[in-house]
Design a binder for this molecule. Structure first.
Ligand code: HEC
Ligand code: HEC
Ligand code: HEC
Ligand code: HEC
Ligand code: HEC
Length: 439
């Protein structure tokens, strides 16, 4: 830790100022959301809360702008019940723990945010932590790591594991307030709730099945006047969902992202999930002796929001023409689905996202090099789930000589992790129909 502080000081103040300004521009992600989706008081969830409590009241208590500390655990709790460690929850909730571990919610404190935190003040850093590691105890641990003011000076209690902040969006961030447990109404189960219930039972609320639960971190609040790019909010998933056909049918975020209450949260990083979203039809029409129209219909049939929802991912359609006899192939067209914004977040370059339920038609005229040969058109679809961050990280690497070695290493790691998420979604092939005078 000393070393870290030492190396931070080695960076000259004018550079720091410059860099912080750069960060403010560059930070691809959403400092600005400010307050929680539903602000309001952070008073204690009481035992009176029942399923009847309306979801919005529940949510405003459950997700205040800043989560209050848990405080001391009840004396009757075993150390297992008192612990905020996801692994402790996992002792009893084995399935949820395994699923969560495989999800991106357990990676919200990865290299991509860590290198940035090293260059930030506590105030700026806490704005990021609101979504990436929201418990008060996690913020205190991050403060300790970075020698920020207000870091805890006492030894950590045993219910607070030293690595809790690095664990990301932990179980307790969604389920535990002041050592009281909250969850969705119990499924119809054989589980008895009589007798000694672990962690003194739990308070049920339907808010856990409401899209607004997720909006806390996946939607910028208009009331905070967040900055926009070309008039659009950087995070607008809940609004997009509200306009979707799925919302009309009462399908919430959880129905798609937590089927059967599984804690998987698969999204654009997952090929199967993304295939559910996008249906692609490819048709070729011969329009002349050596001309063809390539017609593509892109249907966002399975995402309950734009495909993709944020500016971050890019989905590229690569069209190539292959001579079936010689095997020779060349790319004749590319089309990118996504919202492309410059690294400084000031300018929109294009926005080709497809709203939920909508179909986008492309018509690409193609001239064949030889009319008589046999041709195939191939369409490959490539996904870069973190394209915007890749550009941000590359831009930041231009300042490599100004960065402390430790920060630079984490930045490089963030870039290579982002690049490692690329995958091919699918590949289609269609023979070019022969020219027929009757056409
Ligand atoms: C000693 C075992 C044990 C530990 C440790 C434990 N739980 Fe539980 N928990 C249970 C049991 C048993 C139930 C009731 C049956 C069920 O729903 O699985 C329950 C219920 C719940 C529920 C309500 C489920 C519903 O139907 O809505 C939530 C949420 C929950 N626990 C979260 C947690 C979290 C988060 C942690 C860690 C901070 C944790 N639990 C630690 C045993 C445990
Ligand atoms: C309103 C909630 C919110 C706030 C505040 C927030 N983020 Fe995020 N962040 C997200 C969400 C949601 C994602 C995933 C979607 C995406 O890729 O944009 C994400 C993704 C990221 C990623 C890419 C994933 C990775 O681990 O590489 C980075 C880096 C990141 N955020 C950094 C930051 C930084 C730095 C701040 C503070 C300046 C910040 N975020 C503030 C919600 C937030
Ligand atoms: C991002 C918030 C979030 C995190 C993190 C999270 N959960 Fe949940 N959990 C939920 C929501 C939302 C539901 C209700 C889903 C539904 O009903 O569709 C839920 C449901 C549950 C249930 C009830 C499951 C059932 O089948 O009845 C348990 C138990 C539970 N969570 C435990 C955990 C544990 C243990 C962890 C950590 C390993 C964890 N949760 C992490 C949001 C979260
Ligand atoms: C009808 C099912 C469905 C609903 C409802 C739904 N999603 Fe999705 N979501 C998907 C699919 C499929 C993908 C993968 C394709 C994509 O990225 O659009 C996805 C992707 C995502 C991503 C990945 C990032 C990105 O840029 O696309 C996030 C974050 C996300 N959803 C959050 C949410 C939230 C928050 C809600 C509720 C407000 C929600 N989703 C509602 C199906 C759904
Ligand atoms: C406390 C803030 C917070 C809450 C609450 C939250 N998320 Fe997230 N979520 C994040 C962050 C931060 C990420 C980015 C993880 C990363 O890429 O490092 C994320 C990532 C995701 C992803 C992965 C998208 C991808 O790129 O593949 C999905 C899907 C998702 N969240 C859905 C949900 C749903 C559904 C809910 C509600 C049950 C929810 N989230 C609640 C903060 C939150």
């Amino acid at each position: 830790m000393q070393q870290e502080l030492g190396s931070r000081k080695a960076v000259g103040p004018s550079f720091m100022w410059q860099f912080i300004r750069l960060l403010l521009y560059l930070m691809s992600c959403l400092v600005w959301c400010g307050l929680a989706f539903m602000l309001i008081a952070c008073d204690r969830g009481t035992a009176n809360d029942t399923e009847q409590t309306s979801s919005s009241e529940f949510l405003s208590r459950h997700w205040p702008a800043v989560l209050p500390p848990q405080g001391k655990p009840p004396a009757a709790f075993t150390s297992l019940e008192a612990s905020l460690d996801p692994q402790s929850c996992g002792e009893c909730h084995v399935a949820q723990f395994k699923q969560w571990q495989s999800s991106l919610h357990s990676h919200t404190m990865g290299a991509g945010i860590q290198w940035q935190l090293q260059l930030m003040s506590q105030q700026a850093g806490n704005k990021c932590l609101r979504c990436h590691a929201p418990l008060a105890e996690q913020k205190a641990l991050v403060a300790l790591k970075h020698n920020w003011p207000n870091a805890p000076d006492k030894a950590l209690p045993d219910w607070l594991p030293a690595n809790l902040a690095d664990a990301g969006l932990v179980c307790a961030a969604c389920h535990v307030r002041r050592h009281q447990y909250f969850g969705p109404p119990a499924k119809q189960t054989t589980q008895t709730t009589s007798g000694d219930f672990p962690h003194a039972g739990f308070t049920a609320s339907k808010a856990f099945q409401d899209s607004r639960f997720c909006a806390t971190c996946h939607q910028h609040n208009e009331k905070d006047n967040p900055p926009r790019v070309n008039g659009k909010l950087q995070e607008d998933t809940w609004n997009q969902w509200q306009q979707s056909p799925q919302a009309q049918q009462g399908i919430h975020c959880q129905n798609c992202h937590m089927p059967d209450r599984q804690h998987l949260w698969r999204g654009i990083h997952d090929a199967d999930m993304t295939r559910q979203a996008l249906d692609i039809q490819l048709r070729l029409k011969r329009t002349g002796v050596n001309t063809v129209n390539v017609e593509v219909a892109l249907h966002n049939q399975g995402a309950g929001h734009h495909f993709p929802t944020y500016m971050v991912p890019k989905v590229t359609l690569i069209f190539s023409l292959r001579n079936k006899d010689s095997g020779k192939e060349h790319i004749f067209h590319r089309y990118v689905i996504g919202w492309q914004v410059n690294v400084a977040l000031t300018e929109e370059q294009f926005d080709t996202r497809i709203p939920a339920g909508e179909i986008r038609h492309l018509k690409i005229p193609l001239t064949l090099p030889e009319a008589d040969a046999h041709w195939d058109v191939e369409l490959a679809v490539e996904v870069m789930p973190r394209e915007h961050y890749e550009r941000t990280f590359l831009q930041s690497l231009k300042y490599a000589d100004k960065l402390p070695a430790k920060t630079l290493n984490i930045l490089r790691q963030a870039l290579s992790e982002a690049q490692a998420t690329h995958y091919r979604l699918l590949q289609l092939q269609e023979p070019v129909p022969l020219w027929n005078i009757a056409n």
